[in-house]
Design a protein around this ligand. Sequence first.
Ligand code: IGP
Length: 257
Amino acid sequence: MFLDRIAEAKRAEVERLRQQVETAPFPAATGKIRSLAAAVNRAGLAVIAEVKPASPSKGVIREEVDPVKTAQGYEAGGAAAVSVLTDEPFFKGNKESLTRVRQAVNLPVLRKDFILDPLQVEESRFLGADAILLIAAMLTEEELISLRRAARHHGLEVLIEVHGEDELQRALAAEPDVLGINNRNLSTFETDLAVTERLRPRIPAGIPVIGESGVSSPADADRLRSAGVDGILVGEYLMRQSSPRAGVEGLLAGVTI
Ligand SMILES: O=P(O)(O)OC[C@@H](O)[C@@H](O)c1c[nH]c2ccccc12
């Protein structure tokens, strides 16, 4: 299964990272964090626009991605935040893209990867991330809480992503800054916007909520908005637009607020 394979790959990556920092530790992070939670909470629908060159289910989405130009287009179009895939083996992303994007825009930047060790949290801060993703489907409640604590220690915000009821309860126990409802099942890759419609009412008031994955038109964005989310996370649809800016503008224009 995909999540097992990816966890194995990431554990190997963490081991390499551990050896690396033994000789060259991460320098102390400086600079202020840009709040993802505040960006999601702003008036209107918050679009978190993703730099996503490829995916395990779709293969290469876009050849020769310029992450900086793409992210600047997203910002010009009115995105609330940018998400950058840093996983290489499965999503053809890279860590350097995150650092470059963070320097090129004024928006909060989310690191999209498969984080299972506190060392990756520390690395995220070093790379320039403002927030990290934690995936409830691959982490126990204890792991979520401990990674959440590590994030707080490094000044990072946490987006916890859920796909089902059990995962939602685990995620809430870890007190995320933002809660994401992933419409995609990470075992089957099936996507259904009804997942957001089903889980949204089960989330207590006061937590910023986003709907993730499967938005393939302005009408889809409007449907998630109607389900009561504060924001949406969109990757593939935006990566397939010839203008990232027009892509975000189109999503926002199609939404009734
Ligand atoms: O390309 P989409 O269907 O718009 O999906 C974006 C985002 O939700 C998706 O990339 C994603 C959601 N959760 C993840 C976890 C890891 C990697 C990627 C993801």
